[in-house]
Design a protein around this ligand. Structure first.
Ligand SMILES: Nc1ncnc2c1ncn2[C@@H]1O[C@H](COP(=O)(O)OP(=O)(O)O)[C@@H](O)[C@H]1O
Ligand SMILES: [Mg+2]
Length: 333
């Protein structure tokens, strides 16, 4: 379990990411704060384009050449923003493991999977190729890759999407990381396989005390795995807090909308209500709250001032209306 008395393992403060584009810039991440403790699973949730990947790429020093990042990203006491490339290279794939959405583009089509995992081991450790290959098979067994000994010589195209994602997870775990950054790890998979990969992450987290940053646009996948949920909208946190509070006492209208658009097993007859409209494109700074144009609770002031992130019960919320809170106060919930 997470230990809240020790300093955080990963601490992102006031992170900004800007991309230079033809007619100006896109301010994709606008002051992100994110804290992850050892052994903790932090979900980062938001619609496509909300700045989830840009935040993580900035954290890992992997942003495109047209990007600039500012703020602070501390990993176990070391500042990563602006750290020298050798420091970043040794942390990436070492103490920080990464998996991305599409394993096919991240795997090398001409090497068998045992070789690829072995290379991930050799990059960070002084071991012989033979030792690395036997470690690769061990890692495949750890991620429940069926018949690992025999099938370790398979090539990526011979595997299903779920099996390829298991290979990616094995590679990410090659050097016994403290934290795994998983960017939409199940988005490309069908629902059954998605559940298997989430189960795998859950058991790895337990057996290895692994911290995980789980990035997803689907709030539904985080319920059984995350300790904290960080809802991003237009490059900022709209709401963050313990998973139970986010699911049972959401405060921000955007979180309320995301939850309302989830299918629920206990209420199959419920109408699903997706949030209308689209997020702003961040070529210019939004005036007022960036969610206000889509928000059914917005009042005039919402269009004028961007609300700061403030504590509401166990969560942090950036909303000046807080519709649920006033309803609770009136006793009408
Ligand atoms: N290399 C890039 N150049 C220009 N804009 C980019 C680049 N990468 C991302 N963006 C923009 O930054 C915003 C955030 O993107 P991203 O972090 O990928 O969103 P998410 O992962 O939440 O879907 C989007 O508006 C996207 O178009
Ligand atoms: Mg993304």
């Amino acid at each position: 379990m997470s230990d809240l008395t020790t300093p955080p393992l990963l601490e992102i403060r006031d992170l900004h990411v800007r991309f230079a584009v033809r007619n100006g810039q896109v301010h994709a991440v606008r002051g992100l704060d994110l804290t992850v403790h050892r052994g903790e699973v932090a979900a980062v949730v938001g619609e496509s384009g909300s700045g989830k990947s840009a935040s993580m790429l900035a954290t890992l020093g992997l942003l495109d050449i047209n990007a600039s990042a500012s703020g602070s990203v501390r990993f176990d006491g070391t500042e990563l923003l602006g750290a020298p490339p050798p420091v970043l290279r040794s942390i990436r794939g070492g103490r920080i493991g990464m998996i991305f959405q599409d394993p096919m583009t991240s795997l090398n089509p001409v090497l068998d999977i045992r070789r690829q995992i072995a290379e991930a081991v050799i990059t960070h450790r002084q071991v012989s190729p033979r030792q690395a290959e036997s470690k690769a098979v061990e890692l495949l067994e750890m991620v429940s890759f069926p018949d690992a000994v025999r099938r370790a010589r398979s090539y990526p195209h011979e595997l299903s999407g779920g099996m390829r994602q298991r290979v990616m997870i094995a590679m990410a775990l090659a050097n016994d990381p403290d934290i795994l950054i998983a960017d939409e790890p199940t988005t490309a998979l069908d629902v059954t396989v998605q559940a298997q990969i989430l189960d795998l992450l859950r058991s790895l987290r337990q057996s290895r005390e692994l911290a995980i940053v789980l990035i997803t646009h689907d709030l539904g996948v985080v319920a059984g795995l995350a300790d904290t949920v960080n809802v991003m909208y237009a490059g900022r946190i709209a709401e963050s807090g313990p998973v139970v509070d986010i699911f049972h006492r959401p405060q921000h209208p955007y979180t309320i909308g995301l939850l309302a658009s989830l299918p629920r097993l206990d209420r199959p007859d419920r109408e699903l209500t997706p949030i209308g409209g689209v997020p702003p494109r961040l070529y210019e700074e939004p005036e007022g709250c960036s969610f206000a144009p889509r928000c059914r609770y917005a009042v005039e002031a919402c269009h004028e001032v961007e609300p700061p992130l403030e504590r509401v019960e166990a969560s942090m919320v950036a909303c000046s209306v807080l519709p649920m809170r006033s309803r609770t106060a009136e006793g009408s919930l």
